[in-house]
Design a protein around this ligand. Structure first.
Ligand SMILES: Nc1ncnc2c1ncn2[C@@H]1O[C@H](COP(=O)(O)OP(=O)(O)OP(=O)(O)O)[C@@H](O)[C@H]1O
Ligand SMILES: [Mg+2]
Length: 261
């Protein structure tokens, strides 16, 4: 009985969260010059959710993303992606996990200038030693509107097109979680909307989990919820955000963080 029950629990129990942080702290520098970038952040995000992270400059948003994505290591606390703890293993294990399960989109695209659109897109697959399915790669690039740019190099593309290559590169490994740090920060309004629509589509159509840092309330309104950071701590959450509600909350957050200065 017990064994069956246990097995049933295991089979039908709740799926692991896409992302779980427990009391994550991170400081930079040493002794008197130390800066606390993250000060005990605890949060959980379900699979298939789209979350925006907002807060004043220097509040720890990028540090949060880097630690959550395994690009940086917290000083203490736990990071779990898709049920796997990132904060325990070796550097090699972390790299392997990251390449297989995590996608990252940067504000400045981080494309390799000497590689074509296709070559940039397949790079994570090659690094992970995975087979490259050319037809699927073309499909992914067509889906982000770059079907006719396959052989172009980044310097032949607009900013919006470059960021769409970066999104294709983040999608091609079919990661559990995609982290994006100000992905629309360098784009005009129209390109920004296209990039946001692609991220939302990754969530709605493909069931990915997206965590996106942004300063733009309109961009944040594409997400299911917004997490606010101030001074390295979580300072609130807004579900079903509208751009107006986000802007109002941000203004308030600014008041609070400068109140003691
Ligand atoms: N490599 C580093 N060395 C020293 N201090 C750092 C480093 N990276 C970040 N910091 C500091 O940690 C704090 C949080 O930085 P972080 O980049 O996470 O902020 P942010 O919220 O992303 O800001 P922004 O909106 O300007 O991008 C800041 O005080 C920053 O100066
Ligand atoms: Mg930042």
């Amino acid at each position: 009985m017990f064994r069956n029950g246990a097995r049933r629990d295991h089979d039908t129990g709740p799926a692991p969260e896409a992302l779980r942080l427990v009391k994550v702290t991170k400081s930079y520098g040493t002794a008197d010059s130390a800066v606390t970038a993250l000060d005990g952040v605890t949060l959980g995000l379900g699979r298939g959710t789209f979350t925006a992270v907002m807060g004043p400059s220097g509040s720890g948003k990028s540090t949060l993303l880097q630690c959550a994505a395994g690009l940086d290591r917290p000083d203490s606390g736990i990071v779990r992606v898709d049920g796997t703890e990132l904060t325990g293993g070796s550097e090699a294990e972390l790299t392997k996990f990251r390449r297989g399960r995590i996608g990252f989109v940067f504000q400045q695209y981080n494309l390799l200038e000497t590689l074509t659109v296709v070559q940039n897109t397949v790079l994570p697959l090659k690094l992970a030693g995975r087979r490259v399915d050319r037809a699927r790669v073309r499909e992914t690039l067509a889906a982000v509107g770059l079907g006719d740019r396959l052989g172009h190099r980044p310097d032949q593309l607009s900013g919006g097109q470059r960021q769409r290559v970066a999104i294709a590169r983040a999608l091609v490994t079919e990661p559990r979680v995609i982290f994006a740090d100000e992905p629309t920060g360098a784009l005009d309004t129209r390109s920004a909307r296209e990039v946001l629509a692609l991220l939302r589509q990754a969530v709605r159509v493909h069931g990915r989990t997206v965590v996106m840092v942004t300063h733009d309330p309109v961009a944040a309104s594409y997400a299911d919820s917004v997490l606010f950071l101030a001074d390295g701590r979580l300072a609130g959450r807004l579900d079903a955000p509208t751009a107006d509600a986000v802007a109002e909350r941000l203004a308030h957050l600014g008041d609070e963080t400068t109140a003691g200065v």
